[in-house]
Design a protein around this ligand. Structure first.
Ligand SMILES: Cc1cc2nc3c(=O)[nH]c(=O)nc-3n(C[C@H](O)[C@H](O)[C@H](O)COP(=O)(O)O)c2cc1C
Length: 380
């Protein structure tokens, strides 16, 4: 049986012209990167995670992250929090003061600093608290007709799965869609994403399920949707140093099999554009420094000497970037052996998931959240 691929995605009042979402990635998916990806093809481009407490208390770092490109028509933000009241207030601020059209909630972060406080991937264990957080968010967004979605993992570990309950609770709370990263918190980014879990969630709920984990090429996204019945995909690490993946993804969901294989010359143009957009948004020096982390991803598999890579890793102006890029061979073809291979974070599973004392003792947790940090920005 061949699946009819979705060619768009509907999240409440928001319609996305291709069923593809850029995964929120802390330190990566800022306004410049979202614009760069959006220039490639349609999709929903989510802002890096911001904390509800930071937003409500007017924290400066949080405010700086809440920047949108002038061409960003759908402002989409991922919010982190553990306190239903703060989350509700933060959603209200996003909708009322920042023109945000979509709010995603982070219930997947595996970082010990976050799970220790019962946040991120730890929170869905407390089903009652999860329901409270979702209900507050949905109620705050409703007057603005803004859809709320949630993003989560399979569970704490294989013995403490939460995703099916989370899906049911999301549906009952009026959440517009649920994105599932097919790993547990304990796995962090190691091993392979379990797409069968995504399929099981699709069978379990009536709201749209977005599949996430290990999409490295457009063909993987198509395969995931065919295999799971997901309404769309969320793509993270696969687009690091490869914003053109969004062009391929948009084409794939509209029935065309495109695999963009840019030459090094074309990659250089993309790198320049990325650094330029970062500079426009943050000022040249900070923008170029931010750009440094992307260089290895752009050049992965291309011929570039160690000395040049080293100098690129210290770039601090657009002029020096141009000078260094000029030393790269424009004609070098795309290294096809890189296709379909993992990039970005992988690492090892965690020995144990760090949780608040007694967290596993009950699964309700209504009214029992811990205070979150205002400056939490480690992602998910
Ligand atoms: C650098 C980095 C930062 C991330 N930050 C966040 C975040 O802020 N919020 C979140 O929900 N997930 C975050 N994630 C997880 C991704 O959104 C995504 O779920 C995960 O990488 C799996 O998808 P992928 O295999 O397509 O990368 C982050 C991942 C990476 C690599």
């Amino acid at each position: 049986m061949t699946t009819v691929l979705p060619d768009s995605l509907t999240l409440g009042s928001v319609r996305v012209e291709t069923p593809v979402v850029l995964a929120p990635m802390a330190g990566i998916t800022n306004a410049a990167y979202r614009r760069l990806c959006a220039e490639q093809g349609a999709g929903l481009y989510v802002c890096e995670m911001i904390t509800s407490r930071g937003l409500v208390e007017g924290d400066e770092t949080t405010k700086k992250m809440l920047v949108f490109d002038e061409l960003e028509t759908v402002r989409s933000v991922q919010l982190y929090g553990t306190d239903p009241v703060y989350i509700g207030k933060a959603v209200e601020i996003l909708c009322a003061d920042h023109g945000v059209a979509h709010v995603d909630l982070n219930f997947g972060c595996p970082v010990p600093k976050v799970t220790r406080k019962g946040g991120g991937g730890a929170l869905p264990w407390k089903r009652g608290l999860l329901g409270e957080v979702l209900e507050h968010a949905v109620a705050a967004a409703a007057p603005y007709d803004v859809p709320v979605t949630m993003k989560t993992r399979k569970g704490l570990d294989d013995d403490h799965l939460t995703y099916l309950d989370a899906g049911r609770i999301a549906q009952e709370s009026g959440v517009a869609a649920i994105a599932l990263h097919g790993r547990t918190v304990q796995q962090a980014y190691s091993g392979e994403a379990d797409w069968d879990a995504i399929g099981a969630l699709v069978d379990h709920v009536d709201i749209p399920v977005l599949g996430n984990g290990d999409i490295w090429e457009a063909a993987d996204a198509v395969r995931m949707v065919e295999q799971t019945g997901a309404a769309g995909v969320v793509v993270g690490r696969g687009c690091l140093g490869r914003p053109w993946l969004f062009r391929d993804l948009a084409a794939a969901f509209h029935g065309e099999d495109v695999a963009t294989l840019p030459s090094l010359g074309e990659v250089k143009t993309m790198m320049r554009r990325h650094a330029e957009l970062l500079s426009e948004h943050m000022g040249e020096e900070r923008g170029c420094k931010e750009f440094r982390k992307h260089i290895t991803w752009y050049l992965k598999g291309f011929p570039a000497g160690g000395e040049l890579r080293h100098r690129l890793a210290l770039v601090d102006s657009l002029a020096s970037l141009d000078e260094l890029l000029a030393d790269l061979d424009d004609a070098a073809p795309f290294p096809e052996r890189e296709l379909g291979t993992p990039r970005g974070r992988q690492g090892a599973p965690r020995k144990k998931v760090v949780l608040p004392d007694g967290w596993l003792d009950d699964t309700d947790g209504r009214g029992s959240h811990l205070r979150e940090d205002a400056d939490e920005a480690t992602g998910g």
